[in-house]
Design a protein around this ligand. Structure first.
Ligand code: ATP
Length: 465
């Protein structure tokens, strides 16, 4: 793969995403809406594939993990019990010159001073004061910040509340998918044949009032998470934790990510109930940043929900008759961050047939379109009819696209840019006009090498899978 300069690469990815319909800025016709992005025709396919691959690895291929789809808006007590109402905040500073808000910990990290959102307000203010003369506003570049305050990230809603002063009793858009899993722990236990250790997996939207939603789809205010919570016997949690660290690392290698672009990062500051927390970081064009968190959370969440709801969260071991609240090992990753990591990992430029091209080298399972079908010429009805026939066969097995626009070379470039692994051309030989032995065969062109092969239509599905 070509070694593309990083700052350039981000611009190239953003431009490709817009131009080819992967990602659009949210509410663009109204001037945009910070922290919101829409996935276009190819983006929605890539995001779906990311979710399918995750679900296959985490649910289908695991004997003791089941799925869930819980409601986005829950009883507000859920978020009091979880600690989000009081403690889910980031350190905010406002620029006195332009009024823009920034995250104090991110500003400090920008000048290589370690800080994070888990520091107390006093700790971060002291650190911020010690460095405030070096800290520039990312919006106006002035050095003129106020004091750091804690800003709660939960977004409130009046869903189901019809009073005018609903903000006194708000409910919340979920800040993470995990809580939907914890509050259904008993339901899953009572309705499925699961036994500890078992896991519950969920994919769904989460909402955070991120102070500075920058860095494209890396940090959105509405985003999608893929989380799995494994419920284990208390004494087994660290063994389970290590097993999941290994599995999640291997998952990215299996996806085709190169190990040089991945690294582990151990949290310096653990929340009081956590036993261990490591992130898998990916080398985005703006540097190594969190892609996924793997956490050992102890029995904190289930205990909190037991205390706040009054419903027992104890598990009765059917063999030993022991009763205990299981400990939790979780893996949590964003769809959007995986999307950006995949765009970064598989973006490439090379020269093929004497021409420069942009090529997304997606593995087949991630490619938004698996095969493109072309009639050689648009104005030859027999070629078009045969190509439509081939499209009808293939599209029953995989996401296929029909393209009869422009010359074949241009059509190849268009498919290379969206990462389509194979293009199938229906030409005069397919019709058997010149060489009868080639009747009902097509040209299959490989995205990465440009090599072309003749394949019988009857064998195409198997060949392409
Ligand atoms: P960060 O430190 O980057 O804010 P986090 O540690 O708060 O992330 P978690 O609460 O552990 O994130 O969420 C699990 C995963 O959800 C993250 O690893 C990331 O992939 C994704 N995620 C979290 N916040 C966002 C966001 N604002 N936009 C997109 N994805 C996000």
């Amino acid at each position: 793969m070509a070694d593309i300069q990083n700052e350039n690469k981000m611009e190239k990815i953003v431009s490709l995403c817009k131009r080819r319909g992967f990602v659009f800025p949210g509410s663009e016709i109204y001037g945009g809406f910070v922290g919101a992005y829409d996935y276009g025709p190819y983006g929605v396919e890539l995001a779906r594939n990311i979710k399918t691959v995750w679900w296959e690895a985490m649910v289908n291929e695991e004997k003791n993990i089941v799925g869930l789809d819980s409601a986005i808006v829950t009883h507000p007590k859920v978020w009091e019990a979880s600690g989000h109402v009081n403690g889910f905040s980031d350190p905010l500073v406002t620029c006195n010159a332009c009024g823009a808000s920034s995250r104090a910990d991110h500003l400090l990290e920008g000048i290589e001073v370690f800080a994070d959102e888990k520091m107390t307000l006093e700790e971060i203010n002291t650190l911020f004061d010690a460095h405030r003369n070096e800290l520039h506003c990312p919006n106006c570049n002035e050095v003129n910040f106020g004091n750091v305050s804690q800003f709660n990230l939960l977004a409130q809603t009046n869903l189901g509340n019809f009073s005018e002063d609903w903000t006194k009793e708000p409910t919340y858009l979920r800040g993470e998918t995990a809580q939907g899993i914890f509050i259904n722990f008993k339901n899953v236990l009572d309705s499925s044949r699961v036994k500890v250790p078992f896991g519950i997996a969920q994919i769904g939207k989460a909402f955070r009032n991120e102070i500075s939603a920058r860095q494209y789809i890396f940090r959105k205010r509405e985003f999608e998470q893929m989380e799995m919570q494994m419920f284990v016997k208390p004494e087994d949690d660290m063994e389970m934790y290590e097993a999941w660290r290994e599995k999640r690392w291997q998952y990215y290698l299996d996806l085709g990510f190169s190990p040089e672009n991945l690294k582990w990062h151990e949290h310096e500051n653990l929340v009081f109930y956590a036993k261990a927390a490591w992130d898998i970081e990916y080398k985005f064009p703006f540097g190594f940043k969190e892609l996924e968190g793997v956490h050992a959370r102890g029995d904190y969440d289930l205990t909190q929900h037991q205390n706040f709801s009054g419903v027992s969260m104890e598990y009765l071991d059917p063999v030993t008759n022991e009763k205990y609240i299981p400990h939790v090992v979780e893996t949590a990753v964003g769809v959007d961050r995986t999307f950006l990591a995949a765009m970064t990992e598989f973006y490439d430029e090379d020269e093929l047939g004497g021409e420069m091209r942009v090529v997304m080298r997606f593995p087949k399972k991630l490619a938004p379109v698996k095969v493109a079908v072309f009639p050689l010429l648009k104005n030859k009805p027999q070629l078009v009819a045969k190509a439509e026939e081939v499209f009808a066969i293939l599209s029953k097995h995989m996401r296929a696209e029909f393209d009869d626009n422009g010359n074949v070379g241009k059509r190849y470039r268009r498919q290379d840019e969206i990462g389509t692994p194979a293009c199938v051309t229906i030409d005069f030989e397919t019709l058997g006009e010149e060489k009868p032995e080639l009747k009902d065969t097509v040209t299959v062109r490989d995205r990465d090498t440009g090599e072309q092969k003749r394949v019988a239509i009857t064998e195409l599905v198997g060949y392409l899978k």
